[in-house]
Write a protein that binds this ligand. Structure first.
Ligand SMILES: [Zn+2]
Length: 215
């Protein structure tokens, strides 16, 4: 039986050398100091003047932002608690939480992924607080990501927490690595969808897509 930690422990744990990473056990403060000095090197290498009042604090600002905000979801202690409520009304139709704001960072280029996540499930014994769905999306977004993996992690987490199979997640997002560099296509966005259980049935899938206006 897998646990939320298994879902959470993204691809890094598949690498045999992962445990050799000496930085894993650094405190938050040590991580910030380390990233700050490394980011300073990047800025100096780019030829920036670190004596400039406006740039002086940037390495420290970036390091804090990485550790405390943008990549907070790498810290497993930040995993949202997943309190459930009994499904007293036996509501066993589809529940859709749509247009969840999504901000993540592309793990290939370290620039933002910005979009919306739409999540649905069909409840059995328990239901989950609506804001918990948003928190799960946010938790997995706050780490370097690829959209396919993020979509799957959200579905796997909900399946596990609710002990159900019938879960769907569709993400529609802009990748700034596509929009502002490379092919510089400002309009394009990327859609990924993971359907589990009944959501593989055409009528259920269509109902979901209809709710989120994507059919
Ligand atoms: Zn990218």
């Amino acid at each position: 039986m897998s646990s939320l930690k298994d879902i959470s422990g993204n691809s890094r744990k598949l690498n045999d050398n992962y445990e050799d990473n000496n930085y894993l056990n650094l405190s938050q403060e040590d991580k910030i100091n380390k990233i700050s000095s490394n980011f300073k090197e990047i800025m100096l290498t780019l030829g920036l003047d670190l004596n400039d009042e406006s740039l002086k604090e940037t390495p420290n600002r970036v390091a804090k932002m990485y550790v405390q905000e943008l990549f907070e979801g790498l810290d497993e202690s930040k995993m949202p608690d997943s309190s459930l409520f009994p499904n007293d009304y036996s509501y066993n139709s589809m529940l859709v939480e749509k247009d969840i704001d999504l901000y993540s960072i592309c793990e290939h280029h370290f620039v933002p992924i910005i979009g919306k996540a739409h999540v649905a499930y069909i409840a059995k014994d328990n239901i989950i607080g609506l804001s918990k769905i948003n928190r799960i999306v946010r938790y997995f977004s706050k780490r370097p990501q690829v959209q396919e993996k993020l979509t799957k992690q959200i579905v796997d987490a909900l399946k596990l927490i609710l002990n159900i199979e019938d879960v769907a997640c569709l993400i529609d997002a802009k990748h700034l690595c596509v929009n502002m560099r490379g092919v510089k296509d400002a309009q394009s966005s990327t859609l990924t969808a993971v359907y589990s259980g009944k959501f593989n049935e055409d009528n259920i899938k269509q109902e979901f897509l209809q709710y989120i206006n994507k059919n």
